[in-house]
Design a protein around this ligand. Structure first.
Ligand SMILES: COc1cc(/C=C/C(=O)SCCNC(=O)CCNC(=O)[C@H](O)C(C)(C)COP(=O)(O)OP(=O)(O)OC[C@H]2O[C@@H](n3cnc4c(N)ncnc43)[C@H](O)[C@@H]2OP(=O)(O)O)ccc1O
Ligand SMILES: O=C(O)CCC(=O)C(=O)O
Ligand SMILES: [Fe+2]
Length: 359
């Protein structure tokens, strides 16, 4: 039964029961029409975006992929990955219907009743590869984040058929399949920029041997200025391909300083960012940059990132080609699944995860 509105969640165990154990998520909280944000979501002042500096005149690069092999375009991709760690691509090869379909599928999944979504929670899911959750790591967080998610780790079509929710399975599989072309183009250009000219099977598996798609749902929030959609973090992927809807709210840290830049939605575009694995493999030449998502007081927002990763069993370290050319390694060799587990076991904390791999 939903708690009454008078003093609904003063008791944290009642909130966790409703949001996590019953699978209502923050979407369920939002739909209760609460007058105020439950205290468990109130972030410390320094984590609230209203307290940080936004540079409205700045923008991450927008790159036209229609001539991706043109040396000028290739240079702009490598420069964006080194300087900003983030860029948007337009005129890429992922069909617009595939993007629209996966957004519709995201809404469909989150519209399911709580008890149906809850079958995919950490406690009830029959596999670690399918997980419905809320916030990031609720048990490790001092303040919760205003986001629900479904996370789908791809093993095979057979496993997806057996385990992924049928409301979104085909659309997510299509989105992942169609994105592979642009992922390979980007990796080819980025590697050429490091003088790594051949991507053989071993390298391909190291760069894109595993993929995870998250469906993120950020419902409208009673006091958006007091909380966050996603706290400051860098992704642990090689590259992330992000589809966002028309609402906006993603911010990227500028040049390791105190200023943040908004990533405006552009219809049909994809946001690309470098993850920690590529920062490590490139010995710091390409940078995984901190980003965050604000909560919204009037609209629901969705986003659909594909995290392109090494395989969990891969050892990651600066590429031998870079070391052979005389660079001093700044990261040690590390088992990728140990790196990801380290990320997932703590609350979001900016760029701290990468320290785990520093020499
Ligand atoms: C959710 O909000 C997010 C997510 C993100 C994500 C950004 C990324 O970059 S995701 C890309 C991650 N890379 C991969 O998934 C590929 C490699 N995968 C692996 O190495 C493994 O599959 C594994 C993730 C390490 C899980 O291995 P397993 O042997 O099953 O280990 P466990 O002990 O079950 O899990 C370890 C630890 O992680 C938690 N966890 C697992 N999966 C998820 C998930 N999808 N989402 C959240 N947390 C997950 C699991 O609960 C364990 O923690 P405990 O504390 O329970 O021990 C960016 C921003 C966001 O807001
Ligand atoms: O929703 C967004 O725009 C970004 C989400 C994000 O950073 C993530 O899921 O890692
Ligand atoms: Fe992210």
């Amino acid at each position: 039964m939903a708690p009454t509105l008078a003093d609904p969640f003063n008791d944290s165990s009642a909130l966790l029961e409703f949001v996590i154990n019953q699978g209502n998520g923050v979407k369920g909280l939002s739909e209760l029409g609460l007058g105020a944000l439950p205290k468990q979501y109130i972030q410390p002042l320094e984590e609230r975006t209203c307290m940080t500096r936004i540079e409205p005149q700045e923008s991450i690069p927008i790159i036209d992929m229609s001539n991706w092999e043109d040396p000028e375009v290739a240079k702009s991709i490598c420069d964006a990955a080194s300087k900003w760690g983030f860029f948007q691509i337009i005129n890429h090869d992922v069909p617009i219907e595939v993007l629209e379909n996966v957004k519709d599928a995201t809404y469909r999944f989150f519209s399911l009743p709580a008890e149906v979504k809850n079958k995919y929670s950490k406690e009830h899911s029959s596999s670690n590869n399918v997980r419905f959750g809320t916030s990031f790591t609720p048990h490790a967080e001092k303040a919760l984040e205003w986001k629900d998610f479904l996370s789908l780790f791809y093993i095979s079509e057979e496993e997806a058929s057996a385990l992924w929710p049928s409301t979104c399975r085909e659309q997510v599989l299509d989105y992942m399949k169609e994105s592979k072309v642009v992922i390979k183009q980007l990796l080819q250009v980025l590697m050429k920029g490091l003088n790594v000219n051949v991507i053989d099977e071993t390298k391909e598996s190291l760069f894109m041997g595993s993929m995870r798609t998250n469906l993120n749902y950020y419902p409208k929030c009673p006091n958006p200025e007091l909380t966050v959609g996603v706290g400051r973090h860098s992704d642990v992927s090689t590259l992330t391909i992000l589809l966002q809807d028309e609402i906006g709210g993603l911010f990227v840290r500028k040049n390791e300083g105190d200023n943040w830049i908004h990533v405006p939605p552009i219809k049909g575009s994809l946001v690309i960012n470098v993850g920690d694995a590529l920062q490590i493999l490139s010995n710091g030449r390409y940078r995984s940059v901190e980003h965050r998502v604000v909560a919204n007081g009037s609209k629901n927002r969705i986003s659909v990132p594909i995290f392109v990763n090494p395989r969990p069993t891969n050892m990651i370290e600066p590429l031998p080609e870079l070391i052979a050319s005389g660079e001093k390694p700044i990261y040690k060799q590390i088992l990728y699944s140990d790196y990801v587990k380290h990320f997932f076991r703590k609350a979001h904390d900016g760029k701290k995860t990468v320290e785990f791999a520093e020499l």
